[in-house]
Design a protein around this ligand. Sequence first.
Ligand code: UDP
Length: 416
Amino acid sequence: MNFQIRNYRKSVAAVAFLLLFPLLYLSQTYSVQNVHMVLPTRRNKTFDVCIVGAGLSGAVIAERYAAVKNKYVLVVEKRNHIGGNCYDFIDNETNIRVSKYGAHLFHTKYKDVWEYVQMFSEWVPYEHKVLAFVDGKHIPIPVNINTVNSLFDMDIKSIEDMDAWLKKEQIQYKHEPLNSEEMALSRVGLKLYKLLFRPYTIKQWNKTPTELGPTVLARIPVRNNWDDRYFSDQYQALPKRGYTNLIKNMLKSPQITVRLNVDYFDVRYKIECGKTYFSGPIDRFYEKKGLPKLEYRSLSFERKVLKNMDHFQPASVVNHPSLKDNFTRIVEYKWLPNQEFRSNDTSIVYERSTADGEPYYPVPNERNQNLYKRYKTFANSDPDIYFLGRLANYKYFNMDEAIKNALEMFYKTVND
Ligand code: UDP
């Protein structure tokens, strides 16, 4: 009798476990209203549009097809959360909103992009500022009058004087800068290049700036005034409730189904899609073609919680260009104004660049650009698949450029 009861209990426990396991599993994933555990199929088993990747680019395409065309959209995402590299969350230990994959600061000069993002979130105005820690001092980046005064113990007091100083330092080339070293030397000269840009770039890319196209160091402006903002775009802000919430709102139409923890390459022959938009690495998509792999830089993050500390450093991002430090920057999210809660603690994240790991940055140089062009020829002859975003276009897009690219792609391909 006892034996039977024990067996009965065991069976009940087993059934309960089998029923509950999917729910427990689901509760660990980020859930938007319509995340499914089983690969969903519509009655006729087809989706109008399938999107690979639930990051910013994929979310724009999904949102547009649902909102403008009333289409049924399936988004498959390999990770256990939406948002791609913009994913942020409130850290339980400190109550501070942090970004899992590095700080994301939204800025754009494009009015249409700015208006588009207004539909999905309130925004907190925020002009990002960065400091670099050099020779025991915190100095502003990008280079401005205060940077030069502080580093070289000078007393430049006017724009004209700064122009004259820069002119003396800058190296003039007869041609357009051919690589990032020439770009930096033509803008700031040797002294600043050696202190701020060369070592940082070596740590970030594991290449000297001569081995990188000029676009990398063209990202950082040089100012002849006191403007210490990192970006000079007209619109600069952070989503009030974070990027994950922004992207969740983009995906919230009942026409959109999001499936997390699904590698597209495991399911591509099981889903029927009118069209497919792919936002992963283009060389992964065409890996069977036998070309060499494209090169990407990845990042690793080391988080430290500092209890009962107001702030650790004087700004949200402090760059560490020196080769003596084995990290590139420290991010302290508590400084960002889209925090929802007060915290007695702070947390800091050391950022290091790595060759292996999730691809973050395409590496812009001639070899990779030429290789990308060869991948692109495959893409051009594939009629029902479109490539979007940083990894598929192999381009160092900022967030606004990713949105712009996806919007343009939508309007260009919607009637194909
Ligand atoms: N960079 C540098 N010193 C700095 C900041 C940036 O040399 O203090 C160079 C470095 O090569 C870096 C590039 O400029 O990869 C672009 O910097 P950005 O801050 O735009 O990088 P991201 O935020 O995209 O990682």
